[in-house]
Design a protein around this ligand. Structure first.
Ligand code: UDP
Ligand code: MG
Length: 151
């Protein structure tokens, strides 16, 4: 089972889209392994998007990511990275197909509401950045069962 890092960006949180985005991942068949609502500081935003630091839009991207709370999540399943990217849709919502999250809920590349890791290596790096201080169970359903006293 693979894990991927997904984040509802500040515009998605502001627009009340945490629920609909979670629903898409659950309906697809993913299992939620970790979730946290947090405010990102500029350092974390810069680290998260370090591969884009030379792009002309980098400053605005960091402004955008730090403009309000985000919802950081780890989703688990078969081919989780590729399945999540397919569910999220193309980077530019103008090009994202209807039926994808960005295709259905976003209009502009600078406000595309959700992030998903682009490779297994990126997923591991991003999960470490956001959830490194706390354990991310590789058996989330077992974890839920034991917490409810059924395990
Ligand atoms: N972005 C932007 N302008 C661009 C390209 C990207 O504002 O011309 C932002 C957008 O929020 C995008 C993020 O930078 O989601 C990361 O870009 P990437 O190419 O990694 O796209 P993604 O992996 O999010 O589809
Ligand atoms: Mg990317």
């Amino acid at each position: 089972m693979e894990q991927t890092f997904v984040m509802v960006k500040p515009d998605g949180v502001r627009r009340g889209l945490i629920g609909p985005i979670i629903a898409r991942f659950e309906q697809k068949g993913f299992t939620l392994a970790a979730i946290e609502l947090l405010r990102i500081d500029r350092l974390l935003a810069e680290q998260h998007y370090s591969d884009l630091r030379t792009k002309p839009f980098f400053g605005e991207l960091v402004d955008y990511l730090t403009s309000g709370p985000v919802c950081a999540m780890v989703w688990q399943g078969e081919h989780a990275v590729e399945n999540a990217r397919a569910l999220i849709g193309k980077t530019n919502p103008v090009e994202a197909s209807t039926g994808t999250i960005r295709g259905d809920f976003a209009m502009d590349i600078a406000g595309n509401i959700v992030h998903g890791s682009d490779s297994a290596a990126s997923a591991a790096r991003e999960i470490g950045l956001f959830f490194g201080k706390q354990p991310v169970s590789s058996h989330p359903l077992d974890l839920y069962a034991s917490e409810q006293g059924h395990g």
